[in-house]
Design a binder for this molecule. Structure first.
Ligand code: TUI
Length: 313
């Protein structure tokens, strides 16, 4: 099987998730320099020009491959789709929707196109449009999530398509990375475990909340309303889910979340901010450089696959 780093030209078979408002050009460059594929998250940007500036900044800081994540629910998605062509971005990932209408344009521009899916049916459809690989993201992830777990989703996507599949959701150490390979993935995408990286530009209060979190400290808001988002439990997210269960209307609930991710990331408001995080938040114990996080993942993964090779079942 061809591994992800062979497809991307990176040192490691690891993609850094393109986290909205967090994955700046500088952070993506730090991840690319440390051996992963760094991604700039378009999700929190306000204009095409803002995205263009981050792409140019990333290029200044790294000569390694990098990419852009386009959040398809974003009102500027069409504009972002054009900017990545103009800027000759090597890799584009997409999230929170079906990128079908852009695929031909991106392929003509020579871009590697890797959509995120939360179910096999969209993966099968996108394979026909000519995408290069698929990221299968389980509901363990932080942020916008689907219903299926990584354990159930990844092998079903692997069986549904004939292109490489990358596992995402619930991966923060070498054991989980090795498990992703066991499920048939060619690599992994990680997000939550990079939030405590020294280079990650989130507010120190957000990092402190992650370091304090235990395994069951995340909650999904908006499951009923149709935009499920996994965040750390706090006053805002608990109250959101309480009102949602009590039948509050969608517009009322919108008021709660408006700007809440930015409040968490920039202001460090851990009470009413939306601290997006995956279920692996409980595994984070220290702030470290990105390079240390990636190196430990790789070392742990190698140890795990070796141990499994000696397992006589
Ligand atoms: O996109 C993500 N994670 C995100 S985006 C984001 S920004 C945001 N902010 C506030 C509210 C909502 C979002 C934060 N986290 N991950 C990729 C992902 N894509 N997860 C699930 C999906 C997905 C879901 C349905 C992909 C495709 C899909 O298809 C539906 C269809 O149209 O067929």
């Amino acid at each position: 099987m061809k591994l992800l780093h062979e497809l991307l030209g990176t040192r490691y078979p690891i993609i850094q998730g393109g986290m909205a408002n967090i994955a700046t050009g500088e952070f993506a460059a730090a991840c690319s320099n440390a051996g992963a594929l760094g991604l700039i998250g378009g999700g929190g940007m306000h204009s095409g020009e803002e995205l263009r500036a981050h792409i140019r900044r990333c290029r200044e800081l790294t000569d390694k491959p990098f990419g852009v994540n386009i959040m398809l629910m974003h009102p500027c998605a069409d504009e972002f789709a054009q900017i990545v062509v103009e800027e000759k971005v090597p890799v584009v990932t997409t999230g929170a929707g079906n990128p079908g209408k852009y695929v031909a344009k991106w392929k003509e521009a020579g871009i590697l196109v890797i959509p995120v899916v939360a179910a096999a049916v969209l993966a099968k459809h996108l394979e026909k449009t000519g995408v290069d690989a698929i990221i299968a993201e389980g509901t363990e992830s932080g942020g916008h999530v689907g219903e299926m777990t990584t354990m159930a989703l990844v092998p079903q996507v692997v069986d549904a398509v004939n292109i490489p599949v990358i596992a995402a959701g619930g991966i923060a150490d070498g054991r989980q990375m090795a498990a992703a390979f066991a499920l048939g993935a060619c690599g992994v995408q990680i997000g939550t475990c990079l939030l405590v990286a020294d280079e990650c530009p989130i507010h120190p209060n957000y990092k402190a909340a992650l370091l304090k979190a235990r395994d069951s400290d995340t909650i999904v808001t908006g499951r009923i309303g149709g935009t499920p988002v996994r965040v750390l439990k706090n006053r805002m997210s608990r109250e959101y889910v309480r009102q949602e269960k009590a039948g509050a209307d969608k517009m009322e609930l919108e008021k709660f979340t408006l700007g809440s991710l930015r409040r968490a990331v920039f202001d460090g408001d851990t009470e009413t901010g939306s601290l997006m995080a995956g279920q692996v938040a409980g595994m984070l114990h220290a702030r470290r450089p990105v390079a240390a996080i990636l190196d430990e993942l790789m070392t742990g993964c190698r140890a795990c696959t070796q141990a499994l090779g000696q397992l006589n079942v």
